[in-house]
Design a protein. Structure first.
Length: 124
């Protein structure tokens, strides 16, 4: 299953939302609607069990955890993901964007925003 939406898509973009939808179709094919499953969003990190609808919403709002590469909590078998001879996951380079300039810019903006928020909060 294509995972490029996790690494290369902007939140709420068409590619991101389609990726979330594909993931949830994968999950819904393996779990009943009334089951609670681990939420793989960036906030819950597979530590909290939620309904399928809540998981879908959380992933859309918070993004998918980038370190959750083999979806073992969501019905993916070991054979569903490629491995090299050492048993490591095979990550296709074109699936991951390494545009460090753009990533650095986003992180810098986030840090600046956080510091501005902290200043406003601490020195009101």
């Amino acid at each position: 299953m294509d995972r490029s939406w996790i690494y290369n898509s902007e939140p709420f973009s068409l590619a991101f939302l389609c990726g979330v939808q594909q993931f949830m179709e994968h999950v819904r094919a393996r779990f009943s609607a009334d089951e609670k499953i681990k939420c793989p969003c960036q906030k819950c990190l597979n530590h909290i069990d939620k309904s399928l609808d809540d998981v879908h919403e959380d992933i859309e709002l918070n993004g998918m955890s980038r370190c959750y590469t083999r979806w073992v909590y969501h019905g993916e078998e070991e054979t569903d993901v490629g491995q090299d001879e050492d048993g490591e996951l095979v990550v296709v380079p074109e699936d991951m964007s390494w545009d460090f300039g753009e990533r650095f810019k986003i992180v810098s903006q986030s840090i600046s925003f956080c510091w501005a928020y902290i200043d406003d909060f601490l020195f009101f």
